[in-house]
Structure formats: structure tokens, C-alpha cells
Design a protein around this ligand. Structure first.
Ligand SMILES: [Zn+2]
Length: 87
């Protein structure tokens, strides 16, 4: 823990960041992992979301060694195959 600051400002617009939790999606190749209740900060002005480097590192570690609470099947659509007329 180094110099905790509770008054971080959005680097995009200078708005005040509020603590929140989000569902974060991480893609590794074709695999997608979802992380629920991830601590994050949301800008009160532009609604941009920020995740601390520390949290992102923990997520990296979870992908390697963590045990998921459950798995979901993700529907995959091939847009070109579904929409384009057959030749
Ligand atoms: Zn902002």
C-alpha cells in the first residue's frame, strides 16, 4: 500500500471518481472470463470507468490460478454467415 488517495480525478474530464463495483470482461484469445463485483471507480461526469492496476493484476492472477464460482455458456454468432446471403 503506497500513499492512498481518496480524491482521484478523472484524467479525461477532471470529474470526481466514485467507488463502485462492476462486472469486468477479460478476453484471452477466444476465451472470455467474467469477473463480478470488481472494485472500480466511475467518473461522475463522463461515466468513464477506471480499474486500479492492482485490481487488474489480481484479475490476471485469478485467470491463472483462481477457481470460478460458475461457468456460463456464451452464445457466439458469426455475423457474416448469419446475415450475408449464401453464395
Ligand atoms: Zn470523466
Amino acid at each position: 500500500m503506497t500513499s492512498p488517495s481518496n480524491t482521484q480525478l478523472c484524467v479525461l474530464c477532471g470529474g470526481t471518481l466514485e467507488a463502485t463495483t462492476i462486472t469486468h470482461e477479460v478476453k484471452r484469445g477466444t476465451d472470455i472470463s467474467l469477473f463480478q463485483n470488481v472494485p472500480a471507480k466511475i467518473c461522475g461526469e463522463c461515466r468513464d470507468i477506471w480499474i486500479d492496476d492492482e485490481v487488474l493484476e489480481q484479475i490476471d492472477r485469478l485467470i491463472e490460478t483462481g477457481v470460478p464460482v460458475r461457468k456460463v455458456e456464451t452464445p457466439v454468432y458469426d455475423f457474416s454467415r448469419a446475415v450475408a446471403p449464401a453464395h
